[in-house]
Design a binder for this molecule. Structure first.
Ligand SMILES: O=C(O)CCC(=O)C(=O)O
Length: 255
């Protein structure tokens, strides 16, 4: 099989162009640090993702999520790119790839995980997915939340502080307790099947699930190509998965 040697070639093969994001979408991603894509998934894809993640939770039992632990209050799954062909489509969504390229430059897959906030749990302090504040523009990770349920203010929708990725500050620089509400926070609410792309340096976090059902979401994230991946994809990839991936997708995974 042919190989792909550079980012531009991989993105072109995967159908990403300068116009994949509209001017307004680029502006929102740059300024707010997040971009909701309402109803991005087809009903069929949403049903398949729900079915497969429910099945994996059942199959993996107490082991679920062990590859990349995600803290308490959730049911988690990790290494999803190795656990079903349906997940491979998630990794190559053109709008998310275009956003990753815009924010990170050359990038690779970081991880695909599942996070289901349990009833009565799920609240997190505001954080960036990094170890501290960065200079505006010096971004390392981009994430996307794939909503498998409606995300509402009641069931633990992710909250985010618009523009905080450009502040050069960390939540503790202006909050006594990052678990508190922030005066400028917004809830990233949207119907099931939507995807919210977010610059991982925007201050964000899950919120309390006040309902009696889990709030299910998957996080598909990308890191700058010179950063370590959350899950070392080359070390984990199964041969059957590797064999069916296109050269561009292998380049994305860096396998
Ligand atoms: O589940 C969510 O709403 C956000 C999760 C998150 O920010 C994290 O685990 O770092």
């Amino acid at each position: 099989m042919q190989t792909v040697t550079g980012m531009a070639e991989a993105l072109a093969d995967l159908g990403v162009t300068d116009d994949t994001l509209s001017a307004e979408e680029k502006r929102r991603l740059d300024e707010d640090g997040f971009l909701p894509l309402i109803g991005l998934m087809s009903a069929e894809r949403l049903a398949q993702l729900r079915e497969r993640t429910d099945e994996l939770l059942e199959l993996e039992g107490a082991q679920a999520g062990h590859e990349t632990p995600q803290g308490g209050g959730v049911r988690a799954l990790a290494d999803l790119l190795n656990k079903g062909e349906i997940f491979e489509q998630v990794m190559v969504e053109p709008k998310v790839l275009a956003a990753a390229h815009r924010v990170l430059g050359d990038f690779r897959v970081n991880s695909l995980n599942y996070r289901g906030s349990l009833p009565g749990q799920g609240h997190q302090g505001l954080h960036g997915d990094w170890n501290g504040a960065v200079e505006p523009g010096d971004f390392h990770i981009l994430n996307s939340m794939w909503m498998l349920d409606d995300f509402t203010e009641d069931n633990g929708a992710t909250r985010a502080v618009p523009g905080s990725h450009r502040s050069g500050k960390w939540p503790t620089d202006e909050m006594a307790d990052p678990a508190d509400p922030h005066p400028r926070q917004v809830y990233l609410t949207a119907p099931a099947g939507s995807v919210v792309i977010f610059n991982s340096h925007v201050w964000h976090g899950g919120t309390l699930n006040r309902t009696d059902k889990p709030r299910r979401g998957m996080t598909m994230s990308y890191c700058r190509r010179d950063e370590p991946q959350q899950l070392d994809q080359a070390a984990h990839i199964r041969k059957v998965v590797y064999d069916r991936l296109s050269p561009a997708t292998r380049f994305l995974l860096d396998v």
